[in-house]
Design a protein around this ligand. Structure first.
Ligand code: UD1
Ligand code: UDP
Length: 360
């Protein structure tokens, strides 16, 4: 049997992998073995996505949990190598740029198992980001590179990657959002008493913001200032919750929520007047819902959104510039929304390439 070994571990990866899993199920020639590294483990960071997205529980749960980069990646590497040796997959499918992505790529390439990378080619050109290191290594050792955008193709070409390894399929997150928007909308706005178009949705979790107290303080103060004018809703990533507690940062006006499920998140994005975030996925989802976005980072991998006026970078070094960027974006929503991310069939395209490549 041709086993495709899917390795995921973090929240956005469950959402992306659900798209490809759905497409894989339609192909009897391929059997998916779904491996969860355990990088994320809280119910609202992991289990909820499997239930909401109609996924079976993982075939393998490695339960590595949290830790420093070395310890966490090392534990994954050892466990993944053991599983790959035992199950002999035809190919290892990886997503994005987390430590789970890196560990799976390294384990597979050293066992001479082909690696296929979904969301390949993205670059921030900031090697201080753990994600940049992870994605560069993952791309370097991957046999098949599934890219979402023109920019990703260009980055790989500039690095000398031969074009036959690159498959432009579009963005699986667009497939996921389109699937979700075809379902009845989640009722979270009603339960929170929020009016559509009447609040700002914020998310913060990037290490460069949470691990640097000065930056986190600037973000907190900026969100509090924005909340003086319009309600701000912030589903809080556990990393950020811990960092705020450790540095004594409290929010009084901003409405804090525990992390929400995917269905509620899509509803919150669709109902927001604007999104303020440092998340990669949420930047794109804002665009999919045609909401403007302010990104609290020094750079973004999704440069086409900045160029098209849908996204504005506001590095969290200055409170006023974040407030100004939010005001500006609220009154300057672009009129057109080009199809940067494909047509919502990235999942099927990926499976087609896999079947052709492996001749199954
Ligand atoms: C990871 C990814 C990041 C991705 C993000 C998605 C890496 C290096 N980073 O960052 O690229 O954008 O996932 O959300 O892989 N924690 C809990 N419960 C959980 C999970 C985490 O309490 O279920 C806390 C722990 O204190 C942990 C911290 O959050 O130490 C950070 O988790 P970790 O998975 O290491 O990194 P993320 O910040 O989530
Ligand atoms: N998301 C969610 N609940 C939340 C916050 C985010 O379901 O409380 C979803 C969001 O809709 C997107 C993905 O998680 O699909 C983004 O993940 P995250 O921001 O954690 O990571 P990144 O995309 O930056 O790697």
């Amino acid at each position: 049997m041709n086993t495709i070994f899917t390795v995921v571990g973090a929240r956005p990866q469950f959402i992306k992998a659900a798209v490809v899993s759905r497409a894989l199920r339609a192909h009897r020639s391929l059997r998916e073995c779904f491996v969860h590294t355990g990088q994320h483990y809280d119910e609202n960071m992991s289990g909820i996505f499997f239930q909401e997205l109609g996924m079976s529980p993982p075939d393998v749960q490695l339960a590595v949990g949290s830790g420093g980069h070395g310890a966490q990646t090392g534990r994954m590497l050892e466990a993944l190598e053991r599983e790959m040796l035992a199950r002999k997959p035809r190919c290892v499918l990886i997503y994005g740029d987390t430590n789970s992505t890196l560990a799976a790529a390294l384990a597979a390439v050293k066992l001479h198992i082909p690696v296929a990378h979904v969301e390949a080619g993205l670059r921030s050109f900031n090697m201080r980001m753990p994600e940049e290191v992870n994605r560069i290594v993952a791309d370097r050792v991957s046999d098949l590179l599934f890219t979402p955008t023109d920019d990703a193709d260009r980055n790989l070409a500039n690095e000398g990657v031969p074009s036959w390894r690159v498959h432009r399929v579009g963005d699986v997150m667009l497939d996921a959002v389109q699937h979700e928007l075809s379902q009845p909308q989640d009722s979270i706005l009603d339960s929170l008493g929020l009016a559509a178009g009447g609040y700002v949705l914020a998310t913060i979790h990037r290490a460069e913001n949470t691990d640097v107290t000065e930056r986190l303080k600037v973000i907190a103060e900026a969100l509090e200032r924005i909340a003086e004018e319009v309600p701000v809703v912030l589903p809080l990533h556990p990393r950020t919750a811990h960092a705020m507690t450790a540095s004594g940062i409290t929010l009084n006006r901003v409405r804090l929520l525990d992390p929400v499920g995917y269905r509620a998140m899509i509803a919150l994005e669709a109902g927001a007047s604007i999104v303020v975030t440092d998340s990669g996925g949420v930047q794109k989802e804002a665009f999919f819902s045609r909401r403007p976005c302010v990104t609290l980072r020094d750079q973004t991998e999704w440069t086409e959104l900045v160029d098209a006026g849908w996204n504005r970078l506001a590095p969290p070094t200055d409170v006023q510039s974040i407030v100004d960027a939010t005001r500006y974006m609220l009154s300057n929503v672009p009129a057109t929304a080009p199809a940067f991310y494909g047509d919502g069939t990235a999942g099927e395209r990926i499976v087609r390439v896999l079947t052709e490549h492996f001749g199954v």
